[in-house]
Each structure stands twice: as C-alpha cells, then as structure tokens.
Design a protein around this ligand. Structure first.
Ligand SMILES: [Zn+2]
Length: 409
C-alpha cells in the first residue's frame, strides 16, 4: 500500500487521489466540533517539497514542475498521517502469548512470567514496518529497556515516536530527585540517546494501582514543566476500581506483597477521581483506556481538559468492557485512538480501532479527527495532524469500506 511516510529528499513530488481531507486550519476537536462536516477536495493533489507539505489543491489547477514525479493513488480517500497514541512496541515478541477473553487479571497473570523474556529487535522492526504501511505517522509508545531499540527502528522507518518511559512499582528508594523523575534504568539510556530521541521522551506512569503516587506526581510535574505529554493507564478494568476503592479483589490478590507493598492501603477512590485528587488530570495528560467511567468521572475528564486515548479492540480482547465513547465525546473530552500492544491486540493498525467504533455507530467525522488532529494534539505534535503548508508530509489512505459513505455525503 502506498504511503507518504517514506523520508523524501528535498525534491518536490506530488500524489493524486480521488479525495483528500486535509483538515487544514483545524485544531483539536471536542464536543460538537468532533462531528462537524469534513471539508474534502475531490480529485486532489498533495505537493511536497522534501519532507514537508507545500500545498494541497485540485488536480484541475495543478501545474507540475518539469520532471516532477506525480503518483496516482487511485480511487482512495487520503487524510493526514494517522496517530496511534498508545502502543507497547517492545512487547511485540509476546504476540499470541497471553490469555484473552477472560478478563484483565487472567491476562496479566499470563503476561507477567513472559516479561522477563528478552526483547527481540526483529519483532519490533516488523511491527514498526507494518505500522508505517498503515499510514501511521506517529506513535505514543510505552517503553522500558527497549527505548533505544524502538526509537532507532522507528526513526529508520520514518515513524515519529513519543516515548513514554514507564515507572512501575512502589519503590521510591530509586526516586531521589523529585525534579528529575526518570526511572533509574533510563539514566544511561538518556545519556546514549540522540537529542532527536531525547526531546520526545517523557517519564510516564504505568497506573494508579502499580506506581507510587509520589512518583506519578513528580513525573507529571516534570512533563508539565518540560512541555511533554504525561500518560498513564486509567480506569481500564473492573478489578482496578475494586482494588483502589476497597483494597480487595483479584488484582490485589495477584499483586499483594509482589507489586503492592505490605503496608499498601487502598486510597478509597475510583481511578478517575483518584487521579484528579492527585493532581494528575488536566491539559497535557493522556489517560489511556477510561473504560470504567461513571458520569461524574466523564465530567471530571472533560472539565480538566484531559485527553483520553481509547483502545476499544484491546478492551474487547481482554473482555474488560467497552469505553463510553458517545458520553466522552458529548462531554467534550479530547479523544484519540490507540491500538495498545500486540499482547492485547491482533495488529497495530489504528484504523481498525476506528472501524470497530464505526460498527458501533460512531460518525466518520469524529473518527477521522480522532485518528489525526486529536491524536497529534494529545501528543503535543503541532507538525502533524493536518495536511497544510509546512507540516510533515505524512498521510494515510482511509479504509476502502468507508468509500461508499463518502460518496453518499
Ligand atoms: Zn497499554
């Protein structure tokens, strides 16, 4: 499949398509803005100079330079490069190794012993290649030891990355400098990482049930003061809520004395109100999943300006429920999409998340914005998300199954 993700030299090139939805001039869309009609150009051309978009125009007025290569993509609809806001590329070698369909805790139980298996760079490379082939421009990837492997392989493939460097656990002994809240293992990695990678790395929380509140707060504060997104898994599965509210349930039984320290006490709040109480919500925070949300929780997410990454196929695979997409959208939450990793999904094609939500009735207008301009905003990448002069030349072809819907509009 042709994509615009290959790095180009500084020559000018053009791509023609039946329809281009550039989203030019649009910013992150919330509430009613999500559902606004999309402006499209029929029989249009994207002209790029090197790696940047120069213009998008109708083919009828297009005058190519002498010798300019023009590729015809055919009867397809092209949108800005897609944003997959939540992946775990370094776990790609564990595809097919975990238990699905029985809930989160059985899945976690099957994952834990496999986490000590060494990362396989070839599995990451294959996953990156497939992501690029879907027209994905940027991923928000959770990394551990694999941060340099993931960063290098992504860069070689022309895939932009925001690398969320995950804190896990309640051991605050390695957490000596609150103004420098990086997990210890990142010390050397940070020194070795090129500046092009370092500027897109951010300390991140795993989740409220697995990471000490002081660490989460310090990481959040660091991200806010360094203009990086802060991310954590939030309100994903029922046993998470049960553990945080009552200190009981299957998650606590699995984690007691292993992840949760012996003196751990349940905070007594559900995940979203607890994140709010800890000061973790707000603009710049990307909460992942948000399946277990009451109406009150949804209002908290909306009023705080928190971005939410929905991963509906991962939620379905683990049988944790479905995210309240319409309620989140109508409340004005900034929504984007992610696949999660290959331990809880069959592939990392973020278009499939949109297709899954489309089958549940989500409007195309909202899905296109969630896949593009909203994801770019959630990850703080102003050079992606729309196709207009000066932006990175990254674009994607929308699913063929949607072509008929555009024709009817
Ligand atoms: Zn995840």
């Amino acid at each position: 499949m042709p994509t615009g993700n290959a790095q180009q030299s500084l020559r000018r090139m053009a791509w023609r398509a039946r329809r281009v939805i550039s989203l030019a001039g649009e910013g992150p869309a919330r509430g009613k803005e999500l559902f606004r009609p999309l402006r499209s150009l029929d029989d249009a051309v994207i002209v790029a100079c090197g790696d940047r978009v120069e213009r998008v125009e109708r083919h009828a007025v297009f005058r190519p330079d002498a010798g300019m290569e023009v590729r015809d993509l055919g009867a397809v609809t092209v949108v800005p490069g897609l944003i997959n806001a939540h992946t775990h590329l370094q776990l790609s070698h564990l595809a097919g190794e975990t238990v699905w369909g029985k809930g989160f805790v059985p899945w976690l139980r099957s994952l834990i012993p496999r986490l000590s298996l060494p990362l396989r760079p070839e599995a990451v490379a294959t996953a990156v290649r497939r992501i690029v082939d879907t027209g994905t421009a940027l991923v928000g990837d959770y990394t551990g030891q694999g941060v340099l492997t993931v960063g290098d392989l992504a860069r070689e493939a022309g895939l932009e990355c925001t690398l969320f460097c995950e804190w896990f656990g309640f051991d605050t002994s390695a957490f000596t400098r609150r103004d420098d809240p990086w997990p210890a293992r990142y010390g050397a990695l940070m020194r070795d990482a090129p500046e092009s990678l370092r500027r897109h790395m951010a300390p991140a929380g795993h989740a409220l049930y697995s990471t000490h509140a002081d660490i989460l707060r310090a990481a959040h504060a660091w991200c806010a003061s360094h203009d990086r997104p802060f991310s954590l898994h939030l309100a994903e599965f029922p046993e998470e809520t049960e553990a945080l509210v009552s200190g009981r349930g299957a998650l606590v039984e699995l984690y007691a004395g292993v992840v949760l320290p012996n003196n751990w006490k349940a905070p007594g709040l559900p995940p979203v109100p607890l994140a709010e109480a800890l000061g973790l919500l707000g603009p710049g925070t990307l909460a992942v999943h948000c399946v277990q949300c009451s109406g009150h929780d949804i209002r908290l997410l909306a009023q705080s300006g928190t971005a939410v990454c929905l991963c509906p196929r991962s939620n379905a695979a683990l049988a944790v429920g479905a995210p309240p997409v319409s309620a989140l959208a109508e409340a004005g939450v900034l929504l984007c999409l992610g696949t999660d990793g290959l331990t809880s999904n069959t592939d990392l094609d973020v278009r499939q998340e949109a297709i899954a939500l489309r089958e549940q009735g989500a409007p195309l207008e909202a899905l296109v914005r969630m896949l593009t301009v909203n994801g770019a905003a959630a990850l703080g990448r102003g050079n992606l998300g729309t196709l207009e002069p000066g932006k990175l030349n990254r674009w994607a072809v929308l699913p063929e199954a949607w072509e008929e819907s555009w024709e009817r509009k």
